[in-house]
Write a new protein. Structure first.
Length: 142
């Protein structure tokens, strides 16, 4: 996951540099805009998936706590009997370390974004003559 995170970060930078270069050459890189947004989404996916795992675990803990803290009106004369078997129940399992498929989803998003990014790279640099320099003459303030 850390490798995918690093690759996604590098591709966000590369796509932003390409978008800046293409916009300066009067080319609108629409596919690269979408690719940059997908790379940025893939960059935050590990944080989103970890938050979801923690949220599920803490929600389950909170629901169990709420079910234990019921306010029952006691009527005088009731006797609470504690059974010995109830104290030996197994502990609840919360699955906080359960593996998820966010790495595969992140890889698929990065693949789709890379196809869009490569499409715009080929379109700009090979088909639109993006490699040719603009001969505007010397830079002058006059």
């Amino acid at each position: 996951m850390q490798i995918l995170f690093s690759i996604s970060f590098g591709l966000v930078l590369a796509s932003s540099l390409f978008i800046g270069n293409a916009l300066s050459g009067d080319y609108a890189p629409y596919a690269a805009f979408i690719a940059a947004a997908l790379y940025l989404f893939a960059l935050f996916m590990p944080f989103i998936s970890e938050y979801n795992v923690l949220h599920r675990g803490f929600s389950k803990m909170g629901d169990n706590f709420k079910s234990l803290m019921k306010n029952e009106d006691r009527v005088q004369g009731d006797v609470e009997i504690i059974m010995p078997g109830a104290s030996h129940e197994p502990a609840e399992h919360y699955d906080l370390n359960k593996s998820n498929k966010s790495g595969l989803i992140m890889l698929m998003i990065m693949f789709i974004a890379s196809v869009l990014f490569i499409f715009d790279l080929v379109n700009f640099y090979l088909l639109e003559d993006g490699l040719k320099s603009l001969d505007t003459g010397p830079i002058s303030n006059f």
